[in-house]
Design a protein around this ligand. Structure first.
Ligand SMILES: *Cc1c(COP(=O)(O)O)cnc(C)c1O
Length: 231
């Protein structure tokens, strides 16, 4: 078995354990392979190994690999910082845009998808640690985005995504995951138009099992599948 194939198997095993420990089944958790800096061949290999969704960070890289059929047989997600002038390349093409961090970006995505006769599923990216240098909307801005979504028919809000601050210990990280889960439940209870909280995307190679224990329904794993990235 190749290294990627073995790694995918191991990650699915740990997901199954964490799902069971949180009273859920493995099918309740979606594994997204974070494919940045891995070429089309490696992405294809991961998909052959059972990966059902690939997440890309950069539009240019996504377009290059997409042209090579890298994502055939899997969903394609956008998980990186999205500039408004690049929206036209991903809205309507991706199965999920996970990193929507402002009402303006949400509207731009909606307009583009609507012009194609589509509805784009999105997640709202939350800056749960309220860090100055981090992407994502602060918790206080989320309501404004949900209101923007309520009359933007080209988008559908399917949940929340976060990248928590880098913490010294796992208990601190769990604190952020728990905060996200609470926000997810609170928004679900409010019933906004055009929003249905189904996906909570959090957890990466170092903490995906813990994220699942806190209620994640989707994890984004790069290094634990592909090995270290060489910048
Ligand atoms: C790279 C990346 C990941 C995966 O990170 P790893 O630590 O390599 O698992 C997850 N989410 C986002 C948004 C990323 O950019």
């Amino acid at each position: 078995m190749s290294e990627i194939t073995e790694n995918v198997k191991r990650v699915y095993e740990r997901i199954a354990e964490a799902a069971a420990a949180s009273g859920r089944s493995p099918e309740d958790i979606t594994l997204v392979a974070a494919t940045k800096m891995n070429d089309a061949e490696r992405v294809k290999e991961a998909i052959r190994a059972g990966i059902k969704a690939a997440g890309e960070n950069r539009v240019q890289e996504l377009l290059e690999k997409d042209a090579l059929g890298a994502y055939d047989g899997a969903q394609l997600h956008f998980i990186g910082t999205l500039q408004k002038n690049k929206v036209k390349f991903v809205s309507g093409r991706c199965d999920l845009i996970q990193s929507v961090s402002s009402p303006e970006l949400l509207r731009a995505i909606g307009k583009k998808a609507a012009s194609l006769g589509k509805t784009q599923e999105i997640l709202l990216e939350v800056n749960i640690g309220e860090e100055a240098a981090k992407t994502g909307a602060s918790v206080g801005k989320i309501e404004e985005m949900l209101e923007a979504a309520s009359d933007e028919k080209g988008v559908h809000v399917a949940g929340l995504m976060t990248i928590p601050p880098v913490c010294d210990d796992m208990a601190e990280t769990r604190g952020y995951f728990d905060k996200m889960y609470k926000l997810f439940v609170d928004i679900s209870a409010k019933k906004y138009d055009n929003t249905y909280m189904r996906i909570l995307s959090m957890g990466m190679s170092g903490d995906y099992a813990e994220a699942i224990l806190s209620g994640a329904t989707m994890v984004r794993v790069g290094t634990a599948i592909f090995g270290a990235r060489h910048y």
